[in-house]
Design a protein around this ligand. Structure first.
Ligand SMILES: C[S@@+](CC[C@H](N)C(=O)[O-])C[C@H]1O[C@@H](n2cnc3c(N)ncnc32)[C@H](O)[C@@H]1O
Length: 138
């Protein structure tokens, strides 16, 4: 997937759209990205002086790509790879500022349960930044 999605990620309209979307992240935000895959969004955090970045991913095959893409991203923050699924996020209630999920909800077994988990871990006033697969028709 790291290679397969690179044409999509390189499209100017995708990059512009993601840049605007990730502008909803503020300095110091603690972020949980669900279903991070190989980490195609890592570069969009690099200039934001974010707090913690937690990378939830059930598939351990992606770990080496996440590590490679962190190194390429100029991200100053340490990234914690968190094994797990969106239906049961191993994180306390009201504990993160932002949840990010791009093209993930098509993969989960329960969208309802996953969204309930997103809501549970977000602090009051927190933000959920997402791209649905079917809305990413660039
Ligand atoms: C289509 S890929 C999208 C990857 C990345 N977010 C992107 O935008 O390219 C779906 C990702 O969700 C992960 N995934 C599958 N089931 C999941 C679940 N139940 N909870 C969280 N992530 C899941 C997959 O391992 C994969 O990394």
């Amino acid at each position: 997937m790291n290679k397969g999605m690179s044409d999509y990620e390189a499209l100017p309209q995708v990059q512009q759209f993601k840049s605007r979307l990730f502008d909803h992240i503020s300095v110091g935000d603690d972020i949980m990205e669900i279903g991070i895959g190989s980490g195609p969004n890592l570069k969009y955090y690099a200039d934001k002086s974010i707090g913690k970045l937690m990378a939830l991913e059930p598939n351990r095959e992606f770990d080496e790509y996440i590590i490679q893409n962190v190194a390429k991203s100029n991200l100053q923050t340490k990234v914690d790879i968190v094994p797990g699924v969106a239906e049961s996020i191993p994180k306390a209630d009201n504990s993160v500022d932002v949840v990010v999920g791009t093209m993930v909800m098509c993969s989960v077994s329960s969208v309802k349960q996953s969204l309930a988990e997103v809501y549970r871990i977000l602090k009051p006033g927190g933000r959920y930044i997402f791209i649905r697969s079917s809305s990413a028709g660039f």
